[in-house]
Design a binder for this molecule. Sequence first.
Ligand code: SPD
Length: 284
Amino acid sequence: MPLQYNEYYNEQTGLTVGLKKLLFSKQTAYQLVEVYETDTWGNLMTIDGMVMLSEKDEFVYHEMISHIALFTHPNPERILIIGGGDGGTAREVMKHSSVKHVDMVEIDKAVVEASKLHFPGVGDFENPKLQILYEDGIAFIKNGSEPYDVIIIDGSDPVGPAEGLFEKEFYRYCFDALAADGVLTTQTESPWVNSYHPSIKKVFTALGDLFPISKMYTCAIPLYPAGLWSMGIASKKENPLSGSTTDRISDAGELLKTLRYYNPAIHSASFALPTFVKNIIEEK
Ligand code: SPD
């Protein structure tokens, strides 16, 4: 029997990845963090048996959770990332020349440690703009700080320590922590997995109640359950589909050359939702 990683998202249905060997395994106070060398996807990080990233497909998630929001904000300088310990989101955010400071609040040091050891191309941990705080993101945001221009919720699935990242109360704290033209993005799971629908609905109801503008968008991530992933953007002022957002993207030629998934057409197209996906957030 070959060595395999299996993540079941519905009874016996799931994802299978061929493994070469286990590289890292740490049970922390919060979760089990593991890294495997795979036969196809480079190194793969899992948390409590759920895929977080692979070397080969991480660019999709990290570009899409970062650039939609960063281009929507007219001048993003102060950024907060909740979670994101592998460093991929911070790497993308810091490609924007307007960004002066990034706080990354990661609850679990082991995620950063595993990434530094086994994902050398993912994090830009030595960048002086990045400050890593090993704290609970929910407590951090609740306690208040100087306002942020953009907040990115790069957490895990809605089980264990990340459960609170899908609650309205948490998004209210985020709203309060954002400047008057602030923008937020968050990862909101796979629309194909029925057990996630209540969490998806809860997040979009909260964003719609709190922010004048909120939208879902999607991207294709092969190693996440069923390959289709949803994300949410919420904004106090600027619309992600406005002409000024489009102009900012068109002016960012050099940055766009560094990307492999996100481009101007993907920015707009990712907001076109299949009807069954729209129904998850619109049905009463
Ligand atoms: N089931 C996958 C959910 C993963 C969301 N976060 C991924 C972390 C990558 N920075």
